[in-house]
Design a protein around this ligand. Sequence first.
Ligand code: CMC
Length: 377
Amino acid sequence: MTTAKEQYFPGLEGVIAGETAISTISGGLQYRGYGIEELATRSNFDEVAYLLLHGGMPTPAELAGFRKRLSENRVIPDAVVDFIRKLPRNAPAMDVLRTGVSALAHFDPDTDSNEHAADVRKAERLLARIPTLIGVRSRLKRGLEPIPPRADLDFSANLIHMVTGKVPPESHRKAFEVSLILYAEHEYNASTFTARVTASTLAGMYGAITAAIAALKGPLHGGANERAVEVLQSVGKSSNAEKWIRDSLARKDRIMGFGHRIYKVEDPRARILKNFCRELAGKIGGQASDWEGVADIIERVIWDEKKLPPNVDWPAGRLYHMMGLEVELYTPIFVSSRITGWAAHVIEQHDHNRLIRPVARYTGPADLKYVGIDQRQ
Ligand code: CMC
């Protein structure tokens, strides 16, 4: 038996739980060696998705082939659409997405293979189909018929079109695209670790991604982008903001969209996305502009009082709200992007697999005497 060193870090804080060549946070967030600032401002989501899944930047021909495969794979089986149609109207969008991804496994010819090439094919199909699942569910819930995916639109424009039925204006599409790039990958976060643990048992890509979606839903993780907007909705006008946030902090409320396990001074994703958010709010005006003022006051007070920086979910929630997207779509949108990082991690795990099985420090009783049920009071 291997004995573990008696070291315990609650929440695995600071523990190196594995190796990865996909991204690093130390020294600035980089995806496969490329800084996110440059990716967000100069690249596009399709290219970043290729980088994560295939391990390097595509040539023009590789990118064209990748885009073609994505647009050809966007349609989901009728059986899955019918299944979604029959689900209760009030089922949370993230739960339906998790169920939908799990259901897609039954129609994927590669479902039982953990070979590298099969994993990449499954990852590309999932990337192509998750926007369709989101669009189908969102429209059915609103009593509208699903609209087919548009092969002529890129990833981000197609996703918005499948939900709203409209091709987004370029200013919306660009800011949205940046949010997808920033959401795509983030090292050993909770949902990615969940995916890797599941993959390490050789349970397969679909099982790992289904588990990752379940983990992302939580409000301490991806679910925070929906809760961040609830904060702004309850504050309302900028004149209420200072009192609202000071009262919340006095009550020791947890403010969603703030704090991070690793970023203690700044989440670089939040800084980058805030600029795009601000630019769009300036163009839209009205409530969008006022919310930027509210956001500034809340950021200032939380930093002064608690030294907590905003995380990426803080501007992302505002951005999706100003684009007119329903709140319950925000975390599914996160999924539509993070599928790239998750799948890259599943592939990396399968390529160098060893079962992930840590140990626990036992805190319960020991050596109790068994008493028969007839003698227990
Ligand atoms: N609001 C108020 N207090 C906070 C917050 C917050 N958002 N975050 C941390 N704290 C306080 C916490 O109450 C605790 O205080 P005390 O020591 O007095 O009890 C202290 O800071 C440490 O908290 P922790 O939960 O042990 O810290 P952590 O490093 O485990 O927390 C976190 C990381 C993300 C779970 C936490 O900051 C949080 O709950 N934030 C709100 C949820 C959120 O925005 N999540 C998104 C994370 S980033 C992107 C993503 O994954 O989607």
